[in-house]
Design a protein around this ligand. Structure first.
Ligand SMILES: *Cc1c(COP(=O)(O)O)cnc(C)c1O
Length: 378
């Protein structure tokens, strides 16, 4: 059996261990230190727009703190994109609030601005204005941010941008994570850069960043003893993992170029294949990091479905994955409200994510091509 080709695996640049070694040499083996500060500065520089970044234990903890800083509490409603990873929605429940799920549109596969507005109107007419909106940039593709932001502004609702999959992606030349009142990033093992596990909260100013760090370090008041006036969390990033992050920042743009080259490879492969649609940038306003290249298969035209393709590639030891199963279809969220016309259900039924790692080799791509062609040539 040939080696497994993964959907997206960690890809070290080479500089990471130098920062980790420095942490050991200086005994900064703690959830604070020069690497944490350095990684935050690197991210602030990279994302731009004078944002302030707090490095945390995970993207999920970043979302949780974003909700807390947005004043989301017990009984509140939060509008959340339905097609996403469960980590986008779980922190809503941590706060005792209720997720209300919103369908996608076909162009970017992200939250549909029209459905979002319909949902807000309907919730208001039922007597409750939603407290926050969580929009996701799925697979690195920016959502329709102009429209989403104008709806959020019109109704004066806090906007949280889940950019866990979209570090380096841009919309109208601005980086994802800078549009919302808060943005979140993830550095989990299969994301565009990884610290093995980690995340970050993108804030608009230092006050918010400091409050996030305060909450992430057990909410200790300013006193010589341990004094607490608020509930805190243990959510800060370790100085060891932040060292990995600093090394990864040195290769981030290079790795985005590799991912974009993978996307081009698939685009060429499916160029003359009817019934297969790639998730692509709708126009020049969009720049995707193409974290995962994903396709929709129209079985009526192709004669095979996403499971046929997934299984034939699995036989060749190549990992692919169905799109995220929409949250409103998940057993755990079955009692939550949902707005839309089931575009996200159709995407889930027909969609497949293809191997997209920045470390794929020419030989890997050749194997992928041969495997896919087995079905295409049938
Ligand atoms: C990975 C991911 C998260 C969670 O990030 P972790 O660092 O794994 O906690 C949140 N939202 C989306 C869309 C993700 O893909």
């Amino acid at each position: 059996m040939k080696d497994k080709i993964w959907l997206s695996s960690p890809h070290m640049g080479g500089g990471e261990q130098k920062y980790v070694q420095e942490a050991f040499d200086t005994n900064w083996v703690a959830p604070l230190g020069p690497n944490v500060n350095g990684f935050e500065a690197d991210l602030e520089n990279y994302i731009g727009k004078e944002t302030k970044v707090a490095c945390l234990a995970s993207g999920t903890s970043a979302l949780h703190l974003a909700l807390i800083l947005s004043d989301v509490t017990y009984g509140d409603e939060v509008l959340c994109q339905s097609i996403t990873f469960s980590a986008s929605a779980n922190p809503i429940v941590y706060q005792g609030a209720k997720p209300v799920f919103i369908d996608s549109e076909y162009e970017t596969w992200n939250m549909c601005p029209k459905v979002l507005e319909e949902a807000i109107e309907d919730r208001i007419s039922k007597g409750k204005k939603p407290k926050a909106i969580i929009v996701v940039h799925l697979y690195g593709m920016p959502a329709k941010m102009n429209e989403i932001m104008s709806v959020a502004r019109k109704y004066d609702i806090t906007l949280i941008e889940d950019a866990a999959e979209a570090l380096g992606s841009k919309y109208k030349k601005n980086k994802c994570g800078t549009f919302g009142d808060f943005g979140i990033l993830s550095f989990n093992g299969n994301k565009i850069i990884t610290t093995s596990g980690g995340g970050a909260l993108v804030c608009k100013n230092n006050k918010e960043k400091e409050k996030a760090i305060f909450l992430a370090t057990q909410a200790r008041d300013n006193a010589p003893h341990y004094q607490h006036s608020e509930i805190g969390y243990n959510y800060r990033m370790s100085n060891i993992t932040a060292g990995i992050g600093r090394g990864q920042m040195e290769v981030l743009d290079e790795h985005i170029n590799y991912r974009r080259a993978n996307h081009k490879f698939y685009k060429d492969l499916f160029l003359n294949v009817e019934g297969i649609t790639l998730l692509t940038e709708p126009n020049d306003d969009y720049y995707s990091n193409h974290w995962l290249t994903s396709i929709i298969i129209d079985e009526k035209i192709t004669g095979f479905n996403r499971e046929d393709l997934r299984l034939i590639m699995l036989e060749d030891n190549i990992e692919t994955r169905p799109l995220w199963k929409p949250m409103h279809l998940q057993p755990v969220f079955k009692d939550c409200s949902y707005y839309g016309s089931n575009i996200s259900e159709k995407l889930f039924k027909d969609g497949l994510c293809l191997p997209s790692g920045s470390n794929l080799t020419d030989a890997d791509r050749e194997r992928i091509k041969l495997s896919i062609n087995k079905l295409l040539e049938k």
